[in-house]
Design a protein around this ligand. Sequence first.
Ligand code: CMC
Length: 427
Amino acid sequence: MQKDTITLTNNQTGKTYEYNILEGSRGPSVIDIRTFFADTGMFTYDPGYTSTASCESQITFIDGGKGELRYRGVAIEDLANNHSYLETCFLLLNGHLPSKEELLKLDLEIRHRAYLHRGLNSLFDAFPDNAHPMATLSAAVTALASFYNEHLDMENEEEYLEMAHRIISKIPTIAAFAYRHSLGIPFIEPDIDLSFTKNFLTMMRAYPGGKMHLCDKGHEDIKEVEVRALDTIFTLHADHEQNASTTVVRGVASTGAHPYVAIASGISALWGRAHGGANESVIAQLEYIGSVDKVEAFIEKAKDPDDAFRLMGFGHRVYKNFDPRAQILKKLQDELREELGLDSELMAIARKIEEIALSDEYFISRNLYPNIDFYTGIILTALQIPKSMFTPIFVIGRTVGWITQWIEFKKDETSKIARPRQLYTGK
Ligand code: CMC
């Protein structure tokens, strides 16, 4: 793993210091600076960790220049086109895709674990009507830690996988309950006969007794095409290496807190609109723009250095060419346009923004391309999912990634409490 060394010279003192260069299996090498402070008496400075690898990981690989994303070595395009979200969960947690038997076992376990302890149901009542489901979701996941308070033995694979499966299967139930509480309508309990994704859509849309919403398209059942679209969205969100919320999850893991508390912290970190909250903001922004003829004025606003306005769903810290998840969803959106009756006015505004931004010098020179959140909102709107649930849907998909990263952190013997330094400039 050690590739070479690098020598740094302090130009003030002329002293030199040598550090190992560590080579991963793919991606940029890293300089091992763990003894840097002890050697030099100085810290390194890197706000936002733009050049800092915070851990060694074997879960997800991204090549931002090439627009490549792989979970455990498997390309995201392969997973999105040929595998289900549950297969992806198995892959992330176990390092390989499941056999038929392994998938069946996981599927059954996830269905059975979807119910919430009845005591947890009353927690939802503590929240005001119209509480944002992300607030309720984060609180309920923290509360879940008190229902499963056992000390985890990280030598016992069965034990920590059970902990992981439990949170993956309960998150959709909590998210659906949080949504229904925000509407003041009765909860729909999980249905053991339904698949992971269909069960979630049912808990969102059904009335007690199993009937579906009387929506603008009439009284209809959940279509397979809807299940497939949402399942793909879950897969595309399943992990994304050391992003902001995952870094928070690992940070909380480093203090020894309960894994579900770490997940709840990840949920809170995801809520912001620079991260997972962007999907809700994209649709809010499209609705605010209102019509195609106003798009150019908003593009100008986004380019104005004196205006804080940003085009939601554009740009990414890592992807500097294209976001492969966005490309898959754009294709899916085009495929589903007819079948799902995608909102044509919102789509027309989105298409116009995309068209202008992709040919505009400001966006090209800064490598600002549509990201995953630019496309999820339009598909989720067609699935009759309201804006406030877009980020909870990101949470449902990402929970497996967070918990897999939590497990990896716990098993890593080099892990330490997260405790960065600072450059003090105060009094
Ligand atoms: N609209 C207009 N200008 C932008 C945008 C945007 N969406 N994003 C970045 N810029 C400009 C920014 O003003 C800066 O310009 P200048 O060099 O003239 O100062 C330059 O591009 C670099 O921006 P940055 O903020 O330094 O880039 P970053 O890597 O720190 O931030 C980002 C990445 C995703 C937070 C940012 O692009 C953004 O705020 N995008 C909108 C929110 C969004 O869509 N977030 C979802 C990300 S994908 C889901 C996920 O994985 O979380």
